[in-house]
Design a protein around this ligand. Structure first.
Ligand SMILES: C[S@@+](CC[C@H](N)C(=O)[O-])C[C@H]1O[C@@H](n2cnc3c(N)ncnc32)[C@H](O)[C@@H]1O
Length: 307
């Protein structure tokens, strides 16, 4: 791990000697600065891709030291929600494998490769994935017949054949897509998904955000200023998906053990879930409000192409 960090003003910081609060503040200041510069670069340009790669690499350098100092993170290995998301991914794979001998899975923004490491030994699956900045853990997988590329989601998907993916998985990634690239990216995912394919997305809910590093410094309901360019409500996300003929296949909720469970979606439940979101926002107690958003799966989308 690189312990010296050069910030936007050319100042040198010794990350190893900083407290978690100091690391958070540096993370926030740097991430806001990088995010505002990324926004100003032309959509889908090589310049934006290269700048994003550099910016994520710098922020991950700080994040590595935050993980080291955060006892909870070290204890759990990965956060609770990632574990339950991957368990659900495995359930979805098992369901597909009952009806198909071979399936293709694509993971956007693989991060520490936690999900791929959990699924890679399941027989008869082919895994593809990308990240703007591939971690060392992810790079290791490249030699294991897993098609991973250090590219933005849009650039990598362009190279994938149409109607190719059975399960598209993105856990805490789509909110990182810059506003002016969002809709074209959704359309491209749709194109690459098979007719009976499924999009499994975990996206933090913007109405109780921000949930990037801005959460330590801004009030609930403020716009995220870090790398979460697209933190939006469940309703807003569903409206975009529906515009591109993407519908809910299942609605997700969590049980008391934090396990994600599914019920088959239909128009009535879909509308109810969208309607209920604004009512939940009226709950005054923040802890209760957040708990209910989580229990009712307002961060989880299991989607299919509309027939
Ligand atoms: C919050 S992390 C989530 C990582 C992983 N999915 C997980 O759940 O642990 C977001 C990841 O998305 C990647 N990312 C951000 N923008 C991206 C883009 N446009 N295309 C591909 N990956 C991107 C980041 O580099 C980072 O690894």
């Amino acid at each position: 791990m690189q312990k010296y960090y050069i910030d936007k003003n050319n100042q040198k910081h010794n990350l190893a000697s900083m407290s978690i609060d100091q690391l958070n503040l540096l993370n926030y200041q740097e991430e806001c600065y990088f995010a505002s510069r990324i926004r100003k670069l032309p959509a889908f340009s090589k310049k934006r891709s290269e700048y994003s790669h550099m910016a994520y690499e710098k922020i991950f350098q700080i994040a590595d030291f935050k993980k080291l100092k955060d006892k909870n993170y070290r204890k759990k290995g990965a956060n609770g929600s990632t574990m339950s998301s991957v368990e659900l991914l495995i359930d979805l794979i098992k369901c597909y494998k009952k009806i198909k001998p071979k399936i293709t899975i694509y993971e956007a923004g693989v991060g520490s490769a936690y999900a791929i490491n959990k699924i890679k030994n399941i027989p008869n699956i082919k895994i593809y994935g990308c990240d703007v900045f591939l971690s060392d853990e992810a790079k290791k997988l490249k030699s294991e017949n897993i098609n991973l590329e250090e590219k933005s989601l849009y650039d990598h998907l362009k190279k994938i054949p149409d109607n190719f993916i059975d399960i598209f998985y993105a856990d805490n990634v789509l909110e990182h897509i810059v506003e002016d690239e969002y809709e074209d990216t959704i359309k491209l995912i749709f194109k690459k998904l098979k007719a009976d394919g499924v999009m499994y997305l975990v996206i933090p809910n913007g109405s109780i955000g921000p949930s990037d590093v801005s959460r330590y410094y801004l009030k609930e309901g403020s716009k995220a200023l870090g790398f979460h360019f697209m933190e939006r409500s469940y309703k807003e996300n569903m409206e975009t998906f529906m515009k591109f003929h993407i519908r809910s296949k299942y609605l997700a909720y969590r049980n008391k053990e934090n396990k994600l469970k599914l019920i088959k979606a239909n128009l009535f439940f879909d509308r109810l879930k969208i309607l209920l979101e604004s009512k939940l926002l009226c709950i005054k107690d923040k802890k209760r409000r957040h708990k209910l958003f989580k229990l009712l799966g307002y961060d989880t989308y299991i989607l299919k192409k509309q027939k």
